[in-house]
Ligand binder design. Structure first.
Ligand SMILES: Cc1ncc(COP(=O)(O)O)c(C=O)c1O
Length: 446
């Protein structure tokens, strides 16, 4: 597979041209990568154009993912989510009707930012049973159907997150069938699942029928932080192909990183060569580690193959305590909260990495179980639009004084940015309890 962006930049470096253009480092290797950090010089193309070496590289990615069109993002899935919603909202706009998105409640902050910027109405699909984490919203095709039926007006699109931060994977195929029944496009936040395409049997949302999805390439593929994709399914509404780049550019910097683009470009070569085999070899290692951790007595959740999510309260520790223990043993987890520790592995983890993880976990003595308190988010009461609330001037108050007031700024659990109270919603007593459980003691209100 060709690497047109990398080839161009390498040639430019070798040419030793006088750099009288941005950036200010002029290619001097102060930190190391500067020689490769260029800008839109002649021949380098522009990320938001539809031709040139960047488009060529994106076509390679489209081929690898089997999409109708793939766009690079140098600002992660956050940019792709905003773009995906802009595409659906503009293409499907109906005169005199506000766009309405039916979304699973564990939508990432980027989704809510998009709702503010695009002035979207949102109706949330809530999980019907308590969950051990805010990040999970384990909805079924039946839940989606019931949610569509419960609306007074037909939504513009359905938006779900799969896989979620904890490693749960939704039945995207089943959800797509429901969407098809109601002629609704299915948009998937697949930030955590780019690699799912390269399993022997793909679990990627595009292969399950999603009309569009975002992938954070940087989360699970060998790509620098910030690299992502927006994929449009070849079978999606033809209007989605009209001007996706133009819409992406509305939200993006006019100086996209060529370092990240080279990383995405080079990744195509890795994906077309060794990656599927590396992944195939890594799967049994991750599986074995999960089994051994479970055998030690730790509870695990999630079905995503390369994510190890430990729920250590039944073993006697909070998630944060276990994460601290791992850090004391020179292991840095992806995420922890009072309930969970999320560990992400990839084909680039060594056997020694697994050994060190298992050894560190084996050092902790089992203690009396901590009583778990599963979370059941109440059905939200939307008082004003997300946009109106988010663009207001908030008054910051102690959460204990917020009951009955309207949330002005979406309150998210720190990382991974999942909403507890969405801007425009009424803050109820139940919500206040959950905010405090996640360490949020102040909130902006209208
Ligand atoms: C579920 C989910 N969606 C979207 C994002 C945003 O992705 P990015 O950091 O690539 O912008 C994240 C980030 O952690 C995420 O967990």
């Amino acid at each position: 597979m060709t690497t047109p962006i990398c080839d161009f930049v390498t040639e430019y470096c070798l040419s030793r041209k006088v750099r009288l253009h941005m950036p200010g480092h002029k290619g001097a290797a102060l930190h190391g990568l500067e020689p490769f950090d260029i800008t839109e010089i002649a021949g380098a193309g522009y990320l938001y154009d539809n031709e040139g070496i960047i488009s060529e590289s994106e076509s390679n990615a489209a081929l690898l993912f089997g999409s109708g069109r793939t766009l690079y993002s140098t600002e992660g899935s956050s940019l792709s989510i905003k773009t995906m919603l802009a595409i659906a909202a503009t293409a499907l706009k109906e005169e005199g009707k506000r766009p309405l998105i039916l979304a699973s409640r564990n939508a990432h902050k980027a989704f809510l930012d998009a709702a503010c910027l695009l002035d979207l109405d949102v109706s949330f699909i809530m999980q019907s049973a308590p969950s051990p984490s805010l990040c999970q919203c384990f909805i079924t095709p039946k839940d989606v159907k019931a949610a569509i039926e419960s609306l007074e007006t037909k939504p513009t699109a359905v938006f779900v997150t799969s896989p979620d931060y904890m490693g749960s994977i939704l039945d995207i195929k089943g959800i797509k069938e429901v969407c098809r029944e109601y002629s609704l496009p299915l948009l998937v936040d697949n930030a955590h699942g780019a690699y799912l395409k390269f399993l022997q049997k793909s679990l990627h949302p595009l292969d399950m029928g999603a009309d569009m999805c975002c992938d954070s390439a940087h989360k699970t593929l060998p790509v620098y932080t910030g690299g992502g994709y927006l994929h449009i399914n070849a079978n999606a509404d033809k209007r989605f192909f009209d001007d996706p780049k133009g819409l992406m550019s509305i939200f993006a910097s006019t100086s996209p990183s060529y370092i990240i683009m080279q990383s995405l470009d080079f990744c195509n070569k890795v994906l077309s060569n060794e990656f599927p085999t590396l992944l195939e070899n890594a799967l049994p290692k991750a599986d074995k580690a999960k089994q051994e951790i479970a055998d030690m007595g730790y509870a695990l959740i999630g079905k995503e193959p390369m994510k190890i999510t430990i729920m250590p309260q039944s073993y006697g520790y909070t998630g944060n305590e276990l994460a601290d223990h791992l850090r004391e043993n020179d292991i840095e987890p992806e995420y922890s909260d009072p309930y969970a520790v999320v560990l992400m592995v990839s084909p680039y983890n060594s056997d020694e990495d697994y050994e060190r993880l298992l050894f560190a976990l084996s050092l902790l003595p089992r203690k009396k179980a901590i009583e778990g308190m599963p979370i059941m988010l109440p059905k939200p009461i939307q008082r004003v639009s997300i946009r109106k609330a988010m663009l207001s001037k908030p008054r910051r108050i102690n959460v204990d004084e917020a009951e009955g007031l309207i949330c002005a700024r979406t309150a998210v659990s720190c990382q991974p940015s999942i909403p507890i109270a969405v801007a425009g919603e009424e803050i109820t007593g139940e919500i206040i309890k959950i905010l405090k459980r996640y360490g949020i003691f102040e909130i902006g209100v209208l």
